[in-house]
Design a protein around this ligand. Structure first.
Ligand code: ADP
Ligand code: MG
Ligand code: MG
Length: 893
């Protein structure tokens, strides 16, 4: 039979699966010899059994009896014994810290008799009755599900009756009266008396903890965070220590370093004569931890000593909860502490310098998401002190944005067209607000969380967003919102929002570039940038050293290519040629489409070719010596033509005088109109249907490369055919391209080797990759389209329309367009990698969808053995860091 109960002396920090985070760390501290009140942990396995069968596992009762008896013996008192009661807390603790789970119940074991014993032992009536009322209050709220306000209201009433606002003024008699009132509340709302049998109190609390695993809030949280539903929670039974025994007692929280900067020092809060959460509940003013030195020097010194022990043991910054009972310090919790992005980088390097961790470990202590946070523009910190802070919402999409408040999509679009910066302010957004969100610098909503429509869409667009700023009353009709203190912001008033912190400011706060970006740009050296930039520099260097994959850029002009190279790109993974057909060149594409015969078509192509060639030359120069993957034209041609409705209206208005060219154009637009352009005439299909189009592009590439070669350069073109579904498509284009390359080599006298490969972005391509590899020297996974075609989602339609609902329902924890869907899309990639390499062992493999810059997706790419990832220039440092971390993770298991 499995063991369901572990004494704190039996566990350790590596048993989080079984004992939960809290229990595992309580055991670890106990084994370190730190002063932890004795206790034991009921395992997650017992919880899983209970959830599955609806009853506690057989034998659990006996095991608990044995551990309780041992605890009683050790403490020299029995649970709830009238003369000198042992009291315990019942605390939930899953592997992951999880809001929505049952809260802790303190002081279990008190009843109408043992309260007198407690008073006598402590020599303090008030303390005993205060503890008893806390038990009924916490038990009522969390175990019996009674509205907590009822108890709070009763306390308020007691204070009012005394004419005070401070619960310090309530005396023993007041608390005793409150106990009576609380018991009435329990009877009124549950139809039974508050359970006075100590063991029954404990057992009910344990079951309630197990049941809370399936509370609505807990379920929702797990879905969103992708925590498996069947992990279960542990329960910790811990003997009580009392911070509410007078001014020589108290309770506190602390960090071993500053979680905002990483600086070593004394960070935390302390509250005298208080119990449990009082210190964070804001009921009385806490003092800074440093004050404890004055209040109780011996406990303070001991605490500092313990903090050092913990850091050296966990090899990381820890946060802790402690209580002092009449001058004796007790440790109640520790865990590796949460920290800001900047602190994560600094702390990793500090620990490295202290010799506590090695460079591999340091790199695993930071993440690409944290690096990305450090790269967003931000508000000038020096000026932030003077800024008028209005409120704080949720930090839904990072960055800093300043603009005039507008309240409708129309207003946003209008103002943006006039060159104004605006912030779109809404109660919540919906799909109709999309145009407004695109036009705005940032989005601010008063409702909704991190999976609300505004948050999802803003993140998808990389737009700054603060959502759920609940203190704001948004009046869309009145075109204004009201903030705390009645501050009114009318349309046109300037506001500043910080999507990284969630802060909202009145007026303009100046925005500045992040020093980390200045460093990547080469405008700041690592030694000029201070501790943070230096930490980034060191960890990036190490990641590069360890990475198995290289990082390339998605870039289609010389300027972006040069920037990408400064950011550390080792080539271009996706150069989109269609962007080169916009602007003035659109006319030429129109001519191509309208061409009546071969001659007209050739003329149009001949006019386009030199323009393309010069684009490519610039890119080859910027990426000299590095591979440049050029994708031949991909989108449907009607994207280059005027809008059908607009054109039809123009012709109708002109009547008989309409331009014949316009009429021809309209005819072409109608002919090319498609119901589902994403699945229509595009990609390789264009190359096969429109003679000469792909040849022109290949010629431009080959000639540009020949020119660069002649000028002493080292161009490395790779020609990529999009949207291939069958090897036959690729073979036809490959023949054509080979012919053009040979012609150019012959004419120029310069031989420029160019690889020819394809994108894998259709399920059929992935499933027939073994065949396709016969005609392809490389594969690049186009995971945007591959996600669209695997899920059958048209991204532009679905993301704004219903993704927030899907996230709320937990259908996925994160949009498959943000993070690669490993099970579905990933499975196709695995198949293609395996079968492609079987055909052609030296097949080069990369990814060029936006996932190439997403941390989790980068790890996936490393796992399946890709040679490179490619992403937008700005994401390159993130991908470099994650490529290194992925290799370290794989090597260290
Ligand atoms: P959470 O998971 O919310 O941190 P905890 O189980 O840590 O919940 O407990 C809530 C509060 O009660 C904390 O302040 C904790 O320090 C305090 N507490 C828990 N157990 C005891 C105990 N045995 N004696 C004194 N205080 C306790
Ligand atoms: Mg705690
Ligand atoms: Mg595509």
């Amino acid at each position: 039979m499995p063991k369901f109960v572990f004494d704190f002396t039996e566990g350790n920090k590596d048993l989080k699966d079984l004992l939960g985070g809290k229990g595992a760390n309580l055991a670890e501290m106990t084994n370190l010899g730190l002063p932890v009140p004795p206790g034991f942990t009921i395992t997650t396995e017992a919880c899983r059994h209970y959830l599955e069968h609806g009853s506690l596992p057989e034998g659990l009762g006996d095991e608990v009896n044995r551990h309780l008896a041992a605890l009683e013996q050790r403490m020299g008192k029995r649970l709830g014994e009238p003369g000198d009661p042992l009291l315990v807390s019942v605390r939930s603790g899953a592997k992951f810290s999880m809001p929505g789970m049952m809260e802790t119940v303190l002081n279990i074991g008190l009843n109408d008799e043992s309260v007198h014993g407690l008073a006598a032992q402590a020599g303090d009536e008030r303390f005993a009755w205060d503890s008893y009322r806390r038990l009924i209050q916490m038990f009522g709220k969390t175990v019996l599900d009674i509205d907590g306000d009822l108890f709070e209201d009763a306390i308020e009433a007691a204070k009012d009756a005394k004419g005070t606002k401070d619960d310090g003024d309530l005396d023993a008699a007041d608390f005793r009266a409150l106990v009576g009132r609380f018991k009435e509340i329990v009877r009124e709302h549950t139809g039974r008396d508050f359970p006075t049998d100590p063991r029954e109190q404990m057992d009910l609390a344990v079951k309630a903890v197990f049941d809370s695993w399936n509370a609505d809030r807990a379920i929702l949280y797990r879905r969103q965070e992708r925590i498996p539903a069947d992990v279960g929670t542990a329960v910790n039974i811990c003997s009580m220590v009392f911070g509410n025994l007078g001014m020589d007692s108290g309770t506190g929280v602390a960090f071993t370093r500053d979680p905002a900067s990483g600086q070593q020092g004394i960070y935390g809060d302390y509250l005298q004569n208080a119990q449990g959460e009082d210190v964070v509940a804001g009921i009385r003013n806490t003092v800074a931890l440093i004050e404890l030195e004055r209040i109780d020097k011996a406990s303070y010194d001991r605490l500092l000593e313990i903090m050092e022990t913990l850091e050296n043991h966990y090899l990381d910054m820890c946060d802790i909860e402690f209580t002092i009972e009449r001058g004796k310090l007790w440790m109640l919790q520790t865990r590796v502490g949460k920290r800001t992005a900047a602190a994560a980088f600094r702390i990793a390097c500090q620990l490295l310098d202290q010799g506590l961790i090695d460079a591999d470990e340091a790199a695993t202590r930071v993440t690409g998401d944290q690096l990305a946070q450090l790269m967003f523009p931000r508000f000038d910190e020096a000026r932030l002190a003077d800024a008028r802070r209005l409120t704080k919402g949720m930090n839904a999409s990072p960055g800093a944005a300043v603009g005039k408040a507008v309240f409708t999509t129309e207003a946003a679009v209008r103002a943006a067209a006039e060159g104004e910066d605006v912030i779109l302010v809404r109660r919540e957004t919906n799909p109709d607000d999309l145009a407004g969100m695109v036009a705005a610098r940032g989005v601010l909503t008063s409702r909704g969380g991190k999976t609300s429509h505004a948050a999802v869409v803003a993140r998808g667009m990389g737009k700054t967003c603060v959502c759920g700023a609940e203190e704001l009353d948004v009046d869309v009709k009145g075109r204004r919102f009201t903030g705390p203190g009645g501050v009114v912001v009318n349309e046109g008033d300037v506001v500043s929002i910080d999507g990284t912190s969630g802060e909202v400011y009145l007026g303009e706060v100046p925005v500045e570039d992040s020093p980390v970006v200045l460093y990547f740009e080469g405008r700041l050296t690592d030694s000029e940038g201070g501790e943070l930039v230096q930490a980034v520099h060191r960890l990036m260097r190490h990641a590069d050293e360890r990475a198995g994959m290289t990082v390339r850029a998605n870039a289609d002009n010389a300027e972006d290519s040069a920037r990408a190279r400064r950011f550390g790109a080792q080539g271009i993974g996706l150069c989109r040629t269609e962007h080169m057909f916009l602007g003035d060149r659109r006319q030429l594409v129109e001519k191509l489409i309208l061409a009546g015969d071969a001659e007209e078509r050739t003329a149009a192509l001949d006019a386009l070719e030199p323009l393309q060639r010069s684009d490519f030359e610039g890119i080859f120069e910027a990426m000299d010596g590095l591979p440049v993957t050029i994708r031949l034209i991909d989108p449907p041609l009607h994207e280059f033509l005027p809008d059908m409705t607009e054109l039809a209206v123009k012709i109708a208005l002109a009547g008989d005088g309409a331009d014949p060219q316009d009429r021809r154009l309209l005819e072409a637009v109608r002919r090319l109109h498609e119901q589902n352009p994403m699945l229509g005439l595009r990609g390789v299909r264009l190359g096969l249907v429109i003679p000469g189009l792909f040849s022109m592009q290949v010629r431009a590439i080959a000639e540009a490369a020949a020119h660069r070669r002649a000028a002493g350069g080292d161009p490395r073109p790779e020609i990529m055919i999009p949207l291939v579904g069958a090897v036959q498509e690729l073979e036809a284009i490959r023949e054509e391209a080979k012919g053009v390359l040979a012609e150019v080599a012959e004419a120029s006298g310069v031989d420029v080797p160019a690889l020819i490969g394809t994108m894998i972005e259709l399920p059929r391509a992935a499933l027939t990759a073994g065949q396709i590899a016969e005609a392809a020297e490389f594969f690049s996974f186009g995971t945007n389209d591959l996600t669209q075609t695997t899920w059958g989602f048209s991204r532009d339609d679905v993301e704004a329309a219903f993704f927030s609902r899907y996230l709320d329902l937990g259908i996925f924890g994160v949009s498959p367009f943000e993070t690669l869907d490993r099970e579905g899309v990933g499975r196709l990639i695995r198949i293609a990698v395996e079968e492609g390499r079987r055909t052609r062992p030296d097949l080069k493999l990369g990814i060029c969808g936006e996932h190439g810059g997403d941390p989790d997706s980068v790890h996936f790419c490393h796992e399946v053995g890709l040679d490179y990832v490619s992403c937008s220039p700005f994401r390159i440092p993130v991908a470099r860091l994650e490529a290194g971390r992925a290799a370290i993770a794989a090597a260290t298991g």
